[in-house]
Design a protein around this ligand. Structure first.
Ligand SMILES: [Zn+2]
Length: 183
C-alpha cells in the first residue's frame, strides 16, 4: 500500500466531473486501499479519488472520530459509483474542512440525512441511511466527484474572507502533515 500525495485548490482535477468505475479489477482495489491509507495518514474523515489526482467516482470515509459516544462505530467505508438517492429537507449548518484546502474551515449548510447507494470493494450494491456527521461527510465527498468544493457553498462575502488563505494554498505556501502533490 502507498500514501498518495493530495492535490490542492486550483488543480483542474478538483473541478472535473469524475468518471464511473466500469468494473472492479486489481488496480481499482489497490487504489481504493491506497486511498484508505492516505485518508488515515492525513487524519481525514473522508477522501475522494480526485483529491489524489484520479478522476474516478470513488470515495472512502470513516466518521468514527466525530461520532458521539453512544453512536455505534462504522469503520471505513469504500464507496464506488455512489449515488445519493434521497436527501432530507431538514438542513443543518456544520463546520467543514478539506484535505485539499489546508487550514481552511467554514460553516456549510447541508441536508441532515441522506440515503446513499454505492458499490462496495467487492462491487456489490449497498445502501446506507445516514444522519449527522456521516451524511455530512458523504455529501462533501460526493461534491468532489462532481468538481465541487465546500467553499462553493459559501457566500461571496465568506469566500472573500478566505482569499488570502486560498492564494497561499494556490501558491503552495501551506504546510501539512501529509504529502501534497507538488505545484
Ligand atoms: Zn474535501
Amino acid at each position: 500500500m502507498s500514501i498518495l500525495p493530495i492535490v490542492t485548490y486550483n488543480d483542474p482535477v478538483l473541478r472535473t466531473q469524475a468518471q464511473a468505475v466500469p468494473e472492479l479489477n486489481q488496480e481499482v482495489e489497490q487504489f481504493a486501499q491506497d486511498m484508505v491509507q492516505t485518508m488515515y495518514h492525513a487524519n481525514g474523515l473522508g477522501l475522494a479519488a480526485p483529491q489524489v489526482g484520479r478522476s474516478l467516482r470513488i470515495f472512502v470515509f470513516d466518521p468514527d472520530p466525530v461520532l458521539e459516544d453512544d453512536e455505534p462505530d462504522m469503520g471505513v467505508i469504500i464507496c464506488i459509483n455512489p449515488v445519493i438517492v434521497s436527501k432530507s429537507e431538514e438542513m443543518v449548518v456544520m463546520d467543514e474542512g478539506c484535505l485539499s484546502l489546508p487550514e481552511l474551515n467554514d460553516k456549510v449548510k447541508r441536508s441532515e440525512s441522506i440515503v446513499l447507494q454505492y458499490r462496495d470493494i467487492t462491487f456489490n450494491e449497498q445502501e446506507l441511511s445516514l444522519t449527522g456527521w456521516p451524511a455530512r461527510i458523504v455529501l462533501h465527498e460526493m461534491d468532489h466527484l462532481d468538481g465541487v468544493l465546500f467553499i462553493d457553498h459559501l457566500s461571496s462575502f465568506r469566500r472573500r474572507m478566505h482569499k488570502a488563505q486560498l492564494s497561499d494554498i494556490e501558491a503552495g505556501l501551506v504546510e501539512t502533515s501529509y504529502p501534497l502533490k507538488p505545484k
